[in-house]
Design a protein around this ligand. Structure first.
Ligand SMILES: Cc1cc2nc3c(=O)[nH]c(=O)nc-3n(C[C@H](O)[C@H](O)[C@H](O)COP(=O)(O)OP(=O)(O)OC[C@H]3O[C@@H](n4cnc5c(N)ncnc54)[C@H](O)[C@@H]3O)c2cc1C
Length: 381
């Protein structure tokens, strides 16, 4: 490549920071626009699977983002009768799983972006983009680039402007996320998930001082999503873990789950990545991991193509299969975990238990974690 190529990126979330850093590390000049007055993430935990950990290693942010995270060796599921229905959900020896604090992951990515020379502009709202490579700001300014990337989340203005929208669906379920103080007898080295009807509680160590708890339910479960947090209602549904639920602070925020489907991720010199392109319910703990892999991979594939349009099409061809499959399995998990008919929960337990016996099925569901070697590269450790 003869001259330095320039990219304008919309969105300073996990996807935007990853793609911006990766492009800058491949020699691009990159400007990233975040509409917030500062770069920010919410205080909660996040699962990072093998595929995302490899991206962090490749961009030099692993130690800062995940070095202190809790390594999860098994993910166990329990049904409403307290029976274990999975002991090693989606885990095998070849895929690492780490939980970290979102704020720390986000800060580590922002630091990596700055080190790579990304120009981060906060308080800059993007109105859209054109396939010719213009990023349109709400101020009316049009910024010309070789590549414009929409990493601007579920309601992406860039996706809409590029004409890539197919379906943006509120899945009518969601969850509240909490960090609570960790005691000496609390869970360590494993993730625990409890199901009762359409409700699910996850309990996961995240730092030496904190446990991450998620409480998921259908949107129509008004007690389940009540704010302040309804300790009694959740404690009655999950008496075995009441001692964790009692530590949840009153202040909690409901996060609705979304599914984004698109005609394509690219149009001309424009591309979308992250929730803008592949939002899914976080049932598999893969939405951000897939976003980071796709962001990293965009930069790698473009480095092999002089023509940006051809490179973007090659990038989508390479990434799309794993992303689509992950969205499909996440939808299925949501149907089973949240929308299963209550009188048939014993059937659900039996089916989930059976699914866990099939290595092929588990591998399929967690195809994104297993794709790290092909889509990112070898692991460093
Ligand atoms: C409850 C919950 C739990 C989850 N747990 C996990 C998990 O364990 N593991 C996992 O891999 N994933 C998980 N996810 C999914 C993960 O959080 C998302 O996939 C990821 O954060 C998406 O990042 P993003 O950068 O694409 O989008 P966002 O985080 O939405 O970032 C978009 C950014 O763009 C900015 N922006 C938006 N519009 C504009 C504009 N017009 N101009 C400029 N800037 C703009 C926004 O301010 C924001 O900073 C979870 C999600 C939820 C809701």
């Amino acid at each position: 490549m003869s001259s330095i190529r320039h990219a304008e990126v919309a969105g300073g979330g996990l996807a935007g920071l990853t793609v911006a850093t990766s492009l800058a590390q491949q020699g691009w000049s990159v400007r990233l626009h975040e509409r917030g007055s500062q770069l920010r993430e919410i205080g909660a935990g996040i699962f990072l699977w093998e595929n995302a950990l490899r991206v962090l290693e490749q961009i030099g942010a692993f130690e800062e983002a995940a070095g202190l995270g809790d390594r999860i060796d098994s993910w166990r599921l329990f049904d409403e009768r307290g029976r274990p229905i999975q002991n090693d959900w989606m885990k095998d020896g070849s895929t690492r799983l780490v939980t970290v604090k979102r704020t720390e992951l986000h800060q580590a990515l922002a630091q990596a972006a700055r080190r790579a020379g990304v120009d981060i502009v906060t308080g800059s709202s993007v109105a859209g983009a054109t396939p010719d490579g213009e990023l349109l700001l709400e101020t009316g300014e049009a910024l010309k680039a070789d590549l414009v990337v929409g990493a601007d989340g579920v309601y992406s203005a860039v996706r809409r402007a590029l004409g890539l929208d197919l379906v943006v669906r509120d899945l009518e379920d969601g969850c509240m996320r909490h960090l609570v103080p960790r005691g000496p007898d609390d869970v360590a080295g494993e993730a625990l998930e409890y199901w009762n009807g359409g409700r699910r509680v996850g309990i996961v160590p995240v730092t030496p001082e904190e446990v991450y708890i998620y409480t998921c339910c259908p949107a129509k479960d008004l007690e389940g999503r009540q704010q302040p947090f309804n300790h009694k209602s959740w404690g009655d549904s999950f008496p075995d873990v009441r001692h964790y639920l009692d530590r949840i602070p009153d202040q909690s925020r409901w996060a609705a789950f979304h599914d984004v489907r698109t005609h394509s991720w690219v149009h001309g010199r424009g591309a979308i990545v992250g929730d803008a392109a592949t939002a899914m319910a976080p049932n598999l703990g893969q939405a951000a991991c897939v976003a980071m892999v796709n962001g990293f991979s965009m930069a790698t594939v473009l480095s092999q193509h002089d023509d940006v349009r051809t490179g973007l099409r090659a990038w989508e061809r390479r990434q799309r299969g794993v992303s689509d499959a992950t969205q499909r399995y996440s939808r299925l998990y949501g149907k089973v975990g949240t929308r299963w008919p209550r009188p048939l929960t014993d059937v659900r337990s039996a089916l989930v238990w059976l699914a866990g016996r099939s290595e092929t099925w588990q591998h399929q569901v967690n195809v994104a974690a297993h794709s790290g070697a092909d889509l990112v590269g070898p692991r460093n450790s």
